[in-house]
Design a protein around this ligand. Structure first.
Ligand code: 5GP
Length: 120
């Protein structure tokens, strides 16, 4: 992997295997390797931006594509009616580990609260 290449660019290129659930011209969606809900899918724009803010500033149409892809994933996963959560982690306190913006699409069961640190 080149210094500039992210893990998700390698997934999109097919260099790292993934359970792909949806793809189109601008987005790519696959199951998270460490699911945090019964349904946990990552939706990634093929073009790389570091985070949500940079994507929104750089290409708002592409951000809309990601949101629509998230809805399509929810539909194909059967959770459109039961509901789902879309999360974009940004930087360290939020736990972002891959600096290629991605939406976590979570659902398939009632989701817990979020925002507070884990209790010991
Ligand atoms: P972040 O923490 O940056 O918001 O989300 C990165 C996500 O990528 C994590 O939920 C992590 O489990 C997932 N992930 C990391 N490596 C891989 C991988 O090789 N394959 C897949 N499918 N997911 C991965």
């Amino acid at each position: 992997m080149s210094e500039d290449e992210t893990l998700f660019e390698r997934v999109i290129a097919g260099e790292i295997p993934a359970d792909v659930v949806y793809q189109d011209e601008t987005t790519f969606a696959f199951r998270d390797i460490r699911p945090q809900a019964r349904v946990h899918v990552l939706v990634v724009p093929r073009k790389r931006y570091r985070n949500l803010g940079e994507l929104a500033a750089g290409d708002p149409g592409l951000l809309a594509d990601v949101a629509l892809a998230a809805r399509k994933v929810a539909e194909s996963e059967g959770i459109l009616e039961s509901g789902y959560r879309v999360v974009f982690n940004t930087d360290s306190d939020a736990g972002q580990t891959v600096f290629h913006v991605h939406a976590h699409v979570l659902g398939g069961e009632p989701l817990g609260l979020f925002g507070a640190p884990d209790e010991d």
